[in-house]
Design a protein around this ligand. Structure first.
Ligand SMILES: [Zn+2]
Length: 182
């Protein structure tokens, strides 16, 4: 099962070590059942490699509480959207791990080096991945953001502001909807 180990590129950017704590509640991630790692990248035309804007890990209860900021309708719309996209993928006979290995957006198949920004979401347990990480490109994020009600967007902004505590220089780079609890 060694190929299920969390890959190095999902380590924490600042320490280059596996994420240890939940960004919001601080719980040790070895003490929780499952947790999620999210990393947001941006491509710059002059740079060969995408730059990591930010990354963090959240325990499942904190991921749930982020989602709870969204209205029930917004959550249902996101869930439906994700389910339909994953169903399309399954019907096309391509697995999420193929997309992941080929550095393509899991949901659109777009090459990640051809989009402005993208993020990776990985659900983990201890030192292992629970399933293949998924990449989501900016186009898909925009589509998801469109599904949110104005109220949900505001709630989400407030949640991000209160809990994720991004440095001001980073906030300037992030536009609304760059981070979504999916
Ligand atoms: Zn937590």
């Amino acid at each position: 099962m060694d190929n299920n180990k969390i890959p190095f590129n999902l380590c924490a950017e600042d320490t280059k070590q596996p994420h240890e704590h939940c960004k919001i509640c601080g719980v040790n991630l070895r003490d929780v059942d499952t947790y999620g790692i999210q990393k947001v990248y941006k491509n710059y035309p002059q740079q060969r490699e995408a730059q990591v804007l930010f990354d963090f890990a959240l325990c499942m209860p904190c991921m749930e509480s982020a989602r709870a900021e969204l209205s029930q309708e917004s959550r249902q719309r996101i869930d439906l959207f994700m389910r339909e996209k994953m169903m399309d993928l399954a019907l096309s006979g391509i697995s999420p791990s193929e997309r992941y290995q080929q550095q393509q957006c899991t949901l659109s198949g777009k090459d990640l080096n051809q989009v402005n920004d993208y993020q990776v979401i990985a659900i983990c347990k201890g030192e292992n991945l629970v399933e293949s990480p998924i990449y989501i490109s900016d186009m898909i994020l925009d589509e998801i953001h469109e599904l949110l009600s104005a109220k949900s967007r505001d709630e989400l902004d407030r949640f991000t502001e209160n809990n994720l505590d991004w440095p001001p220089e980073l906030k300037a780079l992030i536009k609304q909807g760059d981070w979504l609890p999916i």
